[in-house]
Design a binder for this molecule. Structure first.
Ligand code: SF4
Length: 350
């Protein structure tokens, strides 16, 4: 028998599962999970008979923490096991002000094949469902306390799994549950123009980050194959559409690789791309992955590139590198995980 995880359900859906129990019972269950209950026995305001029937037919979460490592800079990386034996990685990032951000995965591996990204080299096995995405957030909160933000920037391309991403956002922002503000949610894409337009037109109204990396079409196609089916001109218009429709400024991310995308010419192309758009550029010195043929630029190379952009009128920030010692930084996820099943499937859980 397949057992469903309640963490992936909205109150109305829980009500259907526990019918003919009154709807307020479903809201109680939903609220308990958002407040940290991880088994039905601890939901103390539910009748014992209901707790017993919930235990028999549903699970609270479909995921479990297999491993946890912490970097000296506060970054925490969890390896989260899925019921069918696959695993993904989830990262806590802590900024200088102490704000805590969960970086969650939305696919097992990733099909996009970005040349500079570890995850892009481990292949792709399947999409996560909403319970598996929400479960990562709750596991991190269990480990480190209340989180301030969530970014869909871990393993996988969120816009290829938009239904589950949308559902997970609906659960985490629900006023009767975790009630996370949409302003505190960022969806990051490698540059799928149709997905960006879909998000702009159909919501949810969250922040958008685009991994631009470089604005030269040929070099970007080499580094990010998505460029071949989503040309830069179309991507730029999709970003414009998103910013105009939502009124939100879009973040353009650029992983800087020594000698690859840090020249004056690359700065000028990036400035041309950004000109006239409501965007902010985040520069991230490439995080080392030993098996990939790139290297991290020196502080001087990075500083020079930032200065070039600023001189060209680009709104740009150099982002701190975090979590590199635990391979939990951008582009490093999935090392040693692959897309092989790491464990035996859990009996009955989906
Ligand atoms: S950078 Fe993002 S989209 Fe590209 S391969 Fe890595 S996880 Fe996938």
């Amino acid at each position: 028998m397949t057992i469903q995880a309640v963490a992936g359900l909205l109150p109305d859906e829980i009500a259907e599962r526990i019918s003919p129990e009154p709807a307020f019972r479903a809201r109680q269950v939903f609220k308990w999970i958002a407040s940290g209950a991880r088994d039905f026995d601890s939901m103390s305001n539910l009748p014992l008979a209901l707790r017993a029937s919930l235990k028999a037919s549903l699970a609270v979460l479909s995921t479990r923490v297999l491993d946890s490592v912490k970097d000296a800079d506060g970054t925490v990386k969890l390896q989260v096991g899925l019921a069918d034996g696959y695993a993904v990685e989830t990262v806590l990032l802590v900024d200088r002000e102490g704000r805590k951000t969960a970086c969650v995965s939305c696919q097992v591996g990733c099909p996009m094949g970005c040349a500079f990204c570890q995850t892009g080299h481990v292949g792709y096995a399947r999409d996560l469902d909403a319970a598996e995405i929400v479960g990562q957030f709750y596991h991190l909160e269990d480990a480190v306390g209340r989180l301030d933000n969530i970014v869909y920037m871990g393993m996988g391309e969120p816009l290829l799994n938009l239904d589950a991403v949308r559902k997970s956002i609906a659960i985490l922002t629900h006023p009767q549950g975790r009630a996370l503000s949409r302003r505190r949610i960022t969806v990051s894409t490698s540059g799928l123009s149709a997905g960006i337009r879909d998000l702009a037109d159909n919501g949810p109204d969250v922040r958008l980050a685009v991994s631009l990396t470089v604005a030269d079409p040929a070099l970007r196609a080499e580094l990010m194959p998505v460029t071949r089916s989503n040309p830069l001109g179309e991507l730029r218009e999709a970003i414009r559409h998103f910013a105009e429709k939502t009124g939100r400024r879009v973040t353009l991310e650029a992983a800087l690789m020594a000698g690859v995308n840090t020249s004056r010419e690359r700065a000028r192309e990036l400035a041309d791309f950004a000109r006239g758009l409501n965007v902010h550029v985040n520069l991230i010195p490439w995080n080392p992955v030993p098996t990939l043929p790139f290297s991290t630029p020196s502080a001087e190379e990075t500083r020079r590139f930032l200065a070039e952009l600023e001189a060209l009128g680009v709104n740009a920030t150099l982002r701190m590198r975090r979590g590199t010692s635990v391979a939990g930084a951008c582009g490093q996820l999935g090392r040693g995980l692959g897309t092989a099943r790491n464990a035996e499937p859990d009996d009955g859980l989906t």
